[in-house]
Write a protein that binds this ligand. Structure first.
Ligand code: 13P
Length: 230
């Protein structure tokens, strides 16, 4: 059942590892099928050793339809997100260290876009939510209550949840959030007063829009959207 999507989950789990967003077995990935079933990674298994049969199929209430493995410990929050966000069909949870480090900076309850790649993929500024326990439904509640139109939330002291219409959107958000967090922290180390150059709201909004034209199968970027200097 759902062989292609199970393969995608495993392949993307290996990518999370490659981009250093998870260590060993942590983090998890989930897909909602058009027919409503939820595919979710098993708890505590290495991504590069996972096989299709390890991926669990369940309904929205957590009743297992297929699979013998114990599902991710974050299943309650993942199901909560799917239940409350009908347009979201891909959820990824990581322990990516640079984005998570930003949650330690006093007074920050939002990570403002400062690189174009973050605007493109996270679709705006990323909220930073107060601490919640791994395995709790609270992580999911925090995502639903705070994410707005963005595709990522930083969970203080813990990690990141990314969401999207598909799993690929959630993967891109996680990877580019981390890239941006690395750059931000490097710049901040050179600006101890925290006073750094910023992108304007208009620049951020334009970059969110531009990504709709990115990649194969989309029209070229309209020049009037991006050309400002000629
Ligand atoms: P799993 O239970 O999915 O392996 O994840 C652990 C984790 O990332 C806790 O937040």
């Amino acid at each position: 059942m759902f062989s292609e999507q199970k393969k995608q989950i495993i392949e993307y789990g290996i990518l999370l590892d490659r981009y250093e967003l998870v260590s060993l077995t942590c983090g998890n990935l989930a897909i909602r099928m058009p027919t409503g079933e939820i595919l979710i990674t098993p708890t505590g298994l290495m991504y590069d050793q996972m096989v299709e049969d390890d991926v669990i199929v369940m309904d929205l209430d957590g009743n297992i339809i297929e699979g013998d493995r114990k599902p991710s410990s974050d299943t309650p929050s993942i199901l909560y997100i799917f239940k409350h966000m009908p347009n979201i069909n891909g959820v990824i949870h990581t322990h990516q260290p640079y984005a998570t480090a930003i949650s330690l900076i006093p007074g920050m309850d939002e990570f403002r876009v400062c690189f174009t790649g973050m605007a493109n993929t996270c679709c705006g500024n990323v909220p930073i939510t107060p601490y919640s326990s791994a395995g709790s439904v609270d992580m999911g509640v925090d995502v639903v209550n705070n994410v707005g139109t963005a595709r990522a939330v930083i969970l203080s002291h813990h990690g990141v949840m990314t969401i999207g219409p598909g799993l690929k959107d959630a993967l891109y958000a996680a990877v580019y959030l981390e890239e941006t967090a690395k750059g931000y922290l490097a710049a901040r180390a050179c600006c101890p007063d925290g006073n750094m150059k910023q992108m304007t709201d208009e620049q951020i909004d334009t970059m969110v829009e531009v990504f709709k034209y990115y990649g194969q199968g989309t029209p070229v970027i309209p020049t009037e959207l991006v050309d400002k200097k000629k």
